[in-house]
Write a protein that binds this ligand. Structure first.
Ligand SMILES: Nc1ncnc2c1ncn2[C@@H]1O[C@H](COP(=O)(O)OP(=O)(O)OP(=O)(O)O)[C@@H](O)[C@H]1O
Length: 584
């Protein structure tokens, strides 16, 4: 139960709702247990009339009619309280489920990139959906049914003892067997449903992946082999489902069997006591009704126990993520005005998971308003520099300064707010183009959106779509070309109007003419901004104030375009090669 203690704060938060719910449960069950008593009284009156103990038939009929009205009234009231009980306790469990999901989601947002690399997306999703729903069963149904069972049992047992001790003890003999067998059966059912769930998620992941890559599947003509793989998983999934259904199917027959045994005992023992004139016939009927009322709560003991065990395991998994300390922490809440000067001092960086040292002893300074272009072969460490500026990772050695202050000491949110980043592989949401651009500035006006799109040279493409800026992108919408995606992503960064603009090789999919136009626009916009341009093309870099060339994580050349074309080396070679390509 240790893991479930995490939920105590939520139980405390909703204590009044839960208490009211419990009070209502007590009332509803006390009322439900009144009905057998009234039925006993009615039958006893009939019996006494037949035995000649009561002679007034009108009085008997009146009593019976009156009892019927009471039974209807009590049943209605008990039903109403049961409804209120669900409305309070089950609704509370939904509120706690909502709070817990939010808590996990907020923690996900705080956690760093490394966390996402270490854990699979499916696992992250499962903890926030599957595991939380299992935990909800503990804070809702488990509490409700336990309370239900306790009240029914205490009040019912007391009433039964009051009427007849011997019959009570005989009637209850099968109940412990019922609780224990349902516990074992529920445990089996829970284990098998977890396996069924795992197969379901296997199937979903499998289909999702192959649907996303359907063009590769079709162009390689491997549909048949994929269908075979799918069949294999689906077949196993079917087997597991049949196993589960087998256990499920035993649940009700088992209950009916044990209720049946209790009923037989009541009829046999009660019948003997009646024949011996020790009890009236109404008592036997009253006990038969108790057996039926008490069976479900007793069965629930087993069910609830296994439910709590499941919740415990799920909460332990959730806690594992909640207790994870974000690697990148924010050490300051001070508000911040950023100028945009960026300095790297002897920066070395090693990726923890692969142990690859992507940057070695990097030194440079970019003053506020300047543009730095970073060139180099693939894998030379260009993107890593950018990730360090955004503090997606912290340096292994050395120091990064922003406006001459260590970046680690600055308010992380404000730093990131002042960075407009266009990644190498832009990600657009399945939403309108307009909203995708507005992602950079939630309150942007239509004019601002259009202005940003014009500067990113994508406006003309957008207005060519039938729905213009309202065009939906993604799975069920329009698919943009690689170059269009890059430019929408550039518009998203521009609209943010940040102090630092970062373009990670994001002009690779546009032709050189469009590239020229974008760069010319950027030059106007980025006058007061520090700009980083990563590129494989000299054309993107040549107007930068500074250019650095990386090789295997080290700076091998730096200077301006004019300096570097006179120096033998990577830059000059690249320049000449690309000049040649242009002429061809
Ligand atoms: N997230 C990561 N985890 C582990 N290693 C990484 C990660 N990203 C990059 N690397 C490794 O770090 C080195 C530098 O990669 P980086 O992405 O910075 O190069 P790049 O110059 O931007 O390459 P490209 O031009 O292909 O984008 C590479 O060897 C790469 O394999």
């Amino acid at each position: 139960m240790k893991a479930l203690q995490h939920l105590n704060k939520y139980l405390a938060k909703y204590k009044w709702r839960i208490l009211i719910g419990l009070l209502i449960t007590v009332l509803s069950k006390i009322l439900a247990l009144k009905i057998p008593q009234i039925i006993r009284q009615s039958l006893n009156v009939v019996e006494e009339y037949q035995q000649g103990k009561i002679t007034d038939l009108v009085l008997v009929k009146k009593e019976l009619l009156w009892n019927i009205f009471i039974i209807i009234g009590v049943a209605l009231l008990s039903g109403f309280f049961t409804y209120l009980m669900r409305q309070t306790i089950i609704v509370t469990s939904r509120l706690i489920e909502f709070d817990l999901k939010n808590e996990i989601y907020q923690q996900y947002q705080r956690l760093s990139l490394n966390f996402y690399k270490k854990n699979r997306t499916g696992d992250l999703m499962n903890r926030i959906s599957e595991d939380v729903s299992k935990v909800r069963m503990y804070v809702g149904p488990a509490i409700m049914y336990t309370m239900n069972m306790l009240v029914l049992f205490i009040v019912g047992f007391a009433q039964m003892l009051k009427v007849d001790v011997k019959l009570t003890l005989y009637t209850l003999i099968p109940f412990p067997f019922l609780a224990i067998s349902i516990y074992f059966l529920s445990t089996i059912i829970n284990k098998r449903s977890t396996i069924v769930q795992q197969y379901l998620s296997k199937l979903t992941t499998f289909t999702q992946e192959y649907f996303s890559g359907i063009n590769v599947v079709k162009s390689y003509g491997i549909e048949k082999s994929i269908i075979k793989d799918f069949d294999a998983i689906a077949d196993e999934s079917k087997e597991k489902n049949i196993d589960l259904q087998f256990a499920n199917a035993l649940f009700f027959p088992l209950m009916v069997l044990l209720i049946g045994i209790s009923n037989i005992i009541v009829i046999y023992v009660g019948g003997n006591l009646y024949v011996e004139n020790k009890i009236q016939i109404g008592v036997v009927v009253e006990f038969l009704l108790y057996v039926n009322i008490l069976t479900w709560p007793v069965a629930v003991v087993g069910w609830v126990t296994s439910m709590v065990q499941e919740a415990e395991a799920s909460q332990a998994r959730i806690n594992e993520f909640l207790e994870e300390v974000p690697e990148i922490e924010n050490y300051s809440n001070e508000s911040l005005e950023i100028e945009g000067k960026v300095t790297f001092k002897d920066v070395t960086f090693t990726y923890e998971d692969t142990n690859i040292t992507a940057l070695k002893n990097i030194n440079f300074t970019v003053n506020s308003g300047e543009t730095l272009a970073i060139l180099g072969n693939t894998g030379s460490g260009k993107s890593t520099i950018i990730e360090l500026i955004s503090r997606l990772y912290d340096v292994t050695e050395g120091l990064i300064l922003l406006d001459d202050k260590p970046i680690k000491e600055l308010n992380l949110n404000e730093v990131r707010n002042q960075i407009g980043f266009v990644p190498q592989d832009p990600f657009l949401f399945s939403d309108t183009i307009e909203n995708n651009i507005k992602f950079g500035k939630q309150d942007a006006t239509e004019e601002e959106i259009m202005e940003a799109a014009k500067n990113a040279v994508v406006h003309e493409n957008i207005i060519d779509f039938a729905n213009g800026y309202k065009t939906i992108l993604g799975e069920r919408g329009v698919t943009l070309s690689g170059g269009q995606k890059q430019r929408v992503s550039i518009a998203r960064a521009i609209i943010k109007n940040p102090k630092i603009l970062i373009f990670d090789d994001c002009l690779s999919a546009v032709d050189t003419e469009t590239e020229e136009r974008i760069l010319a626009n950027l030059e106007k916009i980025s006058k007061s901004k520090t700009t980083f341009i990563i590129s494989h093309r000299v054309s993107s870099a040549k107007n930068a104030d500074k250019i650095i060339v990386l090789e295997e994580g080290k700076i091998i050349q730096q200077g301006t375009h004019n300096q570097l074309i006179t120096e033998n080396g990577y830059y000059k070679n690249l320049y000449e090669q690309q000049l040649l390509e242009k002429e061809i």
